[in-house]
Design a protein around this ligand. Structure first.
Ligand code: AMP
Length: 289
């Protein structure tokens, strides 16, 4: 695996591969890698000649400075895991590589409704930061395919919007959420949970599966309230439990029994904020194809 920085070195390397007609699949990450990240690398390997992963903990997408400082970092272990997974290139940019002119005058992206709800509402500015870093990374890597996890469902829709706003021809491939045996979605943030908190965090998956089991056409208020009760039983403090149109993320108060929908949850376990989602009905879910 080539570990490349600064950005000029990455670009030089990629030009050579392009001349040879190689296709590139790109997996952007913030590191502290787990099998969920590595599954994206695996999807990318199947569909491209070359896999480029990046690790960059992007300061502009953290609305909480403390969260940025506490974000887990494990560079050596990450390099080992990516090498073992057969990743071809790891781009390890510095802040200067990503923001050569600093961070005070970055572009603003017209995300409209998408950044007024759910993560956008609870983490103001977060999706602008995500777009800033991914726009820059996409300019540098210029991949054919961009691999994203369904785990960050709203982020997938935001980045679809980004590619359309910036005229990028890359295809987005959304890969399924990898879970621990008890259903907890794998996340770098799980490392920050104490053992008891880690066990209780499975309440998020319990609430999602409850919604799946109880879902019926008609009003959704009662099912959401019951899901909140499940979270509270597990000592989780919800920011939101919502059910939304899976294509537009319009929040729904009732379901017609036909539309593809997504149940989304964000909740705190102690100091750690966790998110998860489930596309419903379950047979609607289809991935990285
Ligand atoms: P992050 O490092 O958290 O920015 O995540 C990098 C990429 O990995 C994003 O596209 C995430 O959606 C994806 N990802 C994170 N957790 C999982 C998971 N449990 N399963 C699959 N993909 C994931």
């Amino acid at each position: 695996m080539f570990i490349l920085r600064p950005s000029e070195l990455l670009q030089k390397h990629l030009v050579k591969l392009r001349v040879q007609g190689k296709t590139i699949g790109f997996v952007p990450t913030m590191g502290a890698l787990h099998p969920g990240h590595l599954s994206l690398v695996e999807y990318a390997q199947k569909q491209n000649d070359i896999v480029v992963a990046s690790i960059f903990v992007n300061p502009t997408q953290f609305n909480d400075l403390n969260d940025f400082k506490l974000y887990p970092r494990s560079a050596e272990q990450d390099i080992y895991l990516l090498e073992k997974a057969g990743c071809d290139i790891l781009f390890l940019p510095s802040t200067k590589d990503i923001y050569p002119a600093g961070t005070s005058q970055l572009p603003h992206y017209e995300l409209d409704y998408l950044e007024t709800i759910l993560e956008g509402k609870y983490r103001p500015g977060h999706f602008q930061g995500v777009c800033q870093v991914v726009h820059r990374l996409m300019t540098l890597v210029a991949p054919e395919n961009l691999y994203l996890g369904q785990k960050d469902y709203q982020q997938c829709l935001v980045l679809k919007r980004l590619l359309s706003l910036t005229g990028s021809p890359a295809q987005i491939k959304i890969c399924p959420t990898l879970r621990e045996n008890d259903g907890l979605a794998m996340s770098s943030r799980n490392m920050r949970l104490m053992p008891e908190e880690r066990n209780l965090a499975t309440g998020i998956y319990k609430a999602l599966t409850f919604i799946n089991e109880q879902l019926q056409p008609g009003t959704l208020a009662a099912i959401k309230e019951d899901a909140v009760r499940i979270l509270c039983k597990y000592h989780l403090k919800p920011d939101y439990v919502e059910i939304a149109d899976a294509d537009t993320l319009q929040l729904l108060s009732s379901w017609d029994g036909c539309k593809k929908i997504v149940a989304v949850i964000a909740a705190f376990m102690g100091q750690v904020r966790l998110i998860d989602n489930m596309i419903l009905p379950l047979n609607f879910a289809s991935y990285a194809n």
